[in-house]
Write a protein that binds this ligand. Sequence first.
Ligand code: F6R
Length: 595
Amino acid sequence: MCGIVGYIGNLEKKDLIIGGLRELEYRGYDSAGFSVLSHGELHAFKAVGKLINLEQKSKDFSSSGFGVAIGHTRWATHGKPTEANAHPHSADFSHVVHNGIIENHRELREKLECMGHRFLSQTDTEVIVHLFEEYLKECGDALRAFEMSVAELKGAYAILLITQKEPNKIFYAKNASPLIVGRGKEGVFFASSDAPLIGWADEVSYLEDGSVGVMDLENFESVGQISKLSQDRSYAQKDGFRYFMEKEIYEQHAVLLESMMGRIHEGRVELEFENLGFWDGVDEITICACGTSYHAGMVGKYLLERYGKIKTNVVIASEFRYATPILKDHELFIAISQSGETLDTLEAVKYVKKSGLKTLAICNVDNSSIVRECDEVLLTRAGIEKGVASTKAFATQVMVLWLLSVFLGGKRGVLSVQEIDEHIQAMIGSAKKTEVCSKLHDRIKRLSKRYLHGHGFFFIGRDVFYPLALESALKLKEISYLHAEGYPSGEMKHGPIALADSELFTVALMPQHLLYEKIKSNVEELSARDATICAVSSQEFDGADDMLYIQPCKHYMEEFFSMMVALQLFALEVAVRVGSDVDMPRNLAKSVTVE
Ligand code: F6R
C-alpha cells in the first residue's frame, strides 16, 4: 500500500524524506518520489522501482536551510507503475502526494481538462493539485482553495500538498486513509504510519477523518488530540499488532473498501477494462489458480454461475498444465494470484495464450509476471501481504469475483438494476462485517485452548461455504501444523463420517441465509456420532458443543465474510497457543516460483 511522509524544518530534506520512505518499504511499492520546496524553489524527483533508484536520481541534489518536503511510495491502483504516475504530482506551482482512491476522479478530470488543465499522468491523484490551483485562482486564499478542493473529493484519502504560494506550509487532509502529524525538536513531521516518525517526533496526533488544514512550524497544537509516540520500531511496522497476519486480518475492512472503490455506483458495477470489446463473444470462463487463490476461484464459480449466468470451470494450475485440457474459442481464462509470480499459474496462462484464449488476471501486484502476461487485469488492491498465510488477499479476490459476477449479470441482462443495487448494499455490508470487534477476538482466544489435541479437524460447509471451509482448514494447517480438512457437508456421510468420535473436531459453517436446514441435518448426523462440533453461525444450534457466534447478517455473502474473519482468527489463536511461527510457518514461502 502507498506510503506518505512530510517534513517542515531545517534539516537536510532529501535524506530525511528518503529515510522516512525506507521505514514504509515493508508495505510494498512499485515507485517512489519526493518534492522539496526551499528558498521559493520546487524540486521534484521520481523513480520506478526501489528507493535506491530514487537516491540515484537525486544524488546531486541537497537542500540546506528552512523548507518543506513531501514524499511518497506508490503501489499502483489507477495507472501503471511508471515514473509519470509516481507521486508527487504537480500543476503550475504546487505538488501533491496522496494515499487512497479518489472515486470521482474521472468527472473532476474532465471538468478540469475543459478548463484548460493539462494532465501528465493516468492517476486519480493528479486532479487534487489542479483543483487546488483552479480554486486558488478563483478565491486567492490558499487554505480556502485547499478546503474547497477537498470538499469536491469522494473516496479515501490522506493528502499532503505544498505550494510556492505558501512556501513555509504543508496543506493536509484525511479521510479513511491514515495520516499522522508529529512534532520533535527538529520540526514538524507527517507520515501515514508511526514507523517514519520514530526517532524524530516525540508527540503525535492521529488525524481524524474529515481533518483538513494547513501546518507550519508554529501551529502544531491546532491539530487536536496529541499523544506521546512509542519508540518501538518493529511494533510500529505491525501497527501495534503481534503478527503481520493479525494486522492483515484487521485490515480487511479497509482493503475491501479499496477493492470496491470506483467500481460500484448506484445500480451498476463498472470494471476498468481497457479494451471495451473484451467481453464480446465470451460464453464460458475457466478460472485457474493455486492454494488460497484457488479457493477464491471456487467461490467465484458459484457467484459467476449464479449472478453472471455464465458457465465457469475452476482448475488447479499444476493439474491443468499437464492434463491436455480442451480449450474453446469463446472461453475466457482467468488467472487468480496474490503475488502474480506463481510459476504454475503463470505457465498455465502462457499455455492458453498459445491457443489464442483471452486472458484476465485477478492479481494484487501490478506489473507482476502474470499481470504482464494477461490481456486485462483487475487489481485486488489488498496492499502488500507479509504474513505467509494469505488472509486479506483472499478477501479481496472474493470481492473482485463477486463484482465481476454482478458486472456480468448486468451486462448480460440477467440482473435488474434493483438486484444489482441489492448486491452493492450487500458488498458494503460484507466489508463492514470484516471489522474485528474485540469481544469476538477475545472469545476466539478463549475458545482456541479447547482445540489443541484430538486427531484432526473437519471444516464443513455447502455452496460458497465449502471453499471457505477448505480455506479455513488450509489456514489452520499452514500455521498450527494440525491436521485439518475442508469438506462439503453433504459428502461427510459418503466416507469421512467413519472418523467421527469425540476427538474429531468438526467446525460447521452454518449460514442462516443459505441452505441452513440442509447443513443442520448434516451436522446432526455427526453430532449423533459424538463428534465434537463447533458451530459457526448467528443461530443457536442445539447440537453444538461450542458456538462461535457471528453477528446477524442480511445476506449470505455477509455471513461468508463474517465467518472468514472468525476462522482466520481461530487459526491464528490456535497457532499462537501451539507456539508456531505465525508469520513465517515452516516449509512455506510467500511466493512459489518453482514447479
Ligand atoms: C496460503 C497461500 C498459498 C497461495 C498460493 C498461490 O495461505 O498463500 O496457498 O495462495 O501459493 O499464490 P498466489 O496467490 O500468489 O498465486
